[in-house]
Design a protein around this ligand. Structure first.
Ligand SMILES: [Zn+2]
Length: 87
């Protein structure tokens, strides 16, 4: 008998690629300033807009807009949570 069976990753490959809880899905994005607000918010505290979308991508947290490069790129002037893509 010359039969070789290949055995790979016996039981060691479990639990990989698990998606963590999608907490970001609970935020909505302000169409005007890209601020991320909780779904309960009715008006954006940043720009007073009430146009929101749940269709956004990429979360960025800005603590200090004056020194943050990301804040400059995204035109963010106030600290907070923002979406990178928002439509
Ligand atoms: Zn806004």
């Amino acid at each position: 008998m010359d039969h070789r069976g290949l055995k790979e990753g016996e039981g060691s490959n479990q639990g990989e690629g698990e998606v963590s809880k999608r907490t970001t899905a609970r935020f909505k994005c302000c169409l005007r300033c890209k601020a991320l607000l909780t779904s309960q918010a009715n008006i954006c505290p940043n720009c007073k807009s009430s146009d929101f979308t749940f269709d956004w991508n990429g979360l960025v947290v800005v603590f200090d807009p004056e020194t943050s490069v990301i804040a400059k790129v995204l035109n963010i002037t106030k600290p907070g949570r923002y979406a990178i893509k928002c439509r």
